[in-house]
Design a protein around this ligand. Sequence first.
Ligand code: GLA
Length: 410
Amino acid sequence: MAAEIPKIPSLVSEAKEAFKTAFGSEPDIAVSAPGRVNIIGEHTDYNDGFVFPMALPLVTVFVGKKTASGICRVLTLSKSADKPHQVEFSIPSPTTPLTPGKPDWANYVKGVVANFPGDISGFDAVVTTSVPLGGGLSSSASLEVATYTFLEAVTGNNAASLQAKALVCQKAEHDFANMPCGIMDQFISTMGKAGCALLIDCRSLESSLVPLDDPSVTFVITNSNVRHTLSGSEYPTRRRQCYEAAAALGKKSLRDATLEDLEKSRSSLSKEVYCRAKHVISEIQRTSEAVTLLKNADYATFGKLMTDSHNSLRDDYEVSCPELDQLVSSALEVPGVFGSRMTGGGFGGCTVTLVKQESVENLISHTLRNSQWKTNLLCVFTFKKDPTSACSVISATGDQMNQPMVAIYF
Ligand code: GLA
């Protein structure tokens, strides 16, 4: 039942073939950028807090060629992308700026083109992905970062820093997808490394890699196949409530607040805003503790923090859904499971579970047997240490061109 993850070379050859058919010539650039799973630290990034994601071998691939046409033509092979599958738009100028529109998927590409700090003369491209769309594994950020990396190759104009690149991609999402996201997804898609998770301090933007190299444990990602949409009102509302709480507590952000501060101000907050802040403050605390526990291989306590995180997201932040809750409680019934939680923005998408390697098969069969939404549960991804699946920016011939940027597992 475990899903086969398409390898980058096969995504690239599929895209190259489609490019030849659509544009009648050979592409000469291919790049990729990974999706991510967030292990712990949810809805903390826009509160200056900590997050702890890892990049995945699920990637968006962007294949194409520079032109001098002043036009960008982009074809998507993604089956579930909104139609039409090909878009065409002019390079923006001060008098004719780019604006978001339909189809939705193209807004991520347009947003990066509009904010790219370099001269673009035009390009033709094909984009394809193995990141499930709307699955909470950062399909959008991987498209933005792949677009940026493609533009670097097309223009020869490399970002001043990886942070700067991630920030442009985040701005693209704010301006063109109307999604006021934090920095986590673009940051990990830009900076993830094979075999590691990344602890990111979303205030200073400093980050440190944490090796995931213990073969006795595995993270399992389970897709509820409930499609999450974050550009609705829920995400911006949560963000606003956090800022309201920080202001009421007299703090710059919830990063600076403790649970004691929150209790002292409880009477000045609505019950809802109190609960939102309680999640964020406790989640920032859990995330910094969790990283030390993982480094010390204390999986039992680490797993408990993952499950506490889920409960807090469900009860206080109210961003879970029955399908995610059911996947988590079912996983926790399996001997050898240390902890389980929803991952990403919520309202659908995936769960992430830390489990003993020897218990993975049991976990998968128990999940499938137990799921009340069996028809929705299509795939279970397991990640094991496999250095060969680390991937990077690649040329159209499949050669490695740049620093590794995809990671995983154990
Ligand atoms: C989405 C956003 C991120 C982050 C998560 C929740 O994925 O893009 O910035 O806020 O939700 O942790």
